[in-house]
Design a protein around this ligand. Structure first.
Ligand SMILES: [Zn+2]
Length: 93
């Protein structure tokens, strides 16, 4: 038991396509046991222990969730842009 790195877990809301924090300060084993079966759950390494005991008030978790959501949106929009990237170019005379 030398691995002291903490894990946060975020769950993707399928309807809003946003990540929400569901747990933090978990051990690797704990995170895997609880969330490994969830395809919508994302387990992320924490750089440090989060001091907030209340997830809803945890700033690092909120920030990480926003970053995951942004990355997800970027991945989706870049896939769509390839189809119609030049459609918006219109010249007026
Ligand atoms: Zn946290």
């Amino acid at each position: 038991m030398t691995d002291t790195q903490h894990k946060s877990v975020f769950r993707l809301d399928a309807e809003t396509q946003t990540y929400k924090p569901v747990a933090h300060n978990l051990s690797a084993n704990e995170a895997l046991e609880r969330f490994n079966d969830e395809s919508n759950a994302k387990i992320v390494n924490q750089s440090e222990h989060h001091r907030a005991s209340d997830l809803a008030k945890c700033k690092p978790c909120k920030k990480a969730a926003e970053e995951l959501t942004t990355k997800l949106a970027e991945t989706k929009s870049s896939q769509q842009e390839e189809q119609s990237v030049s459609a918006q170019e219109s010249e007026s005379d």
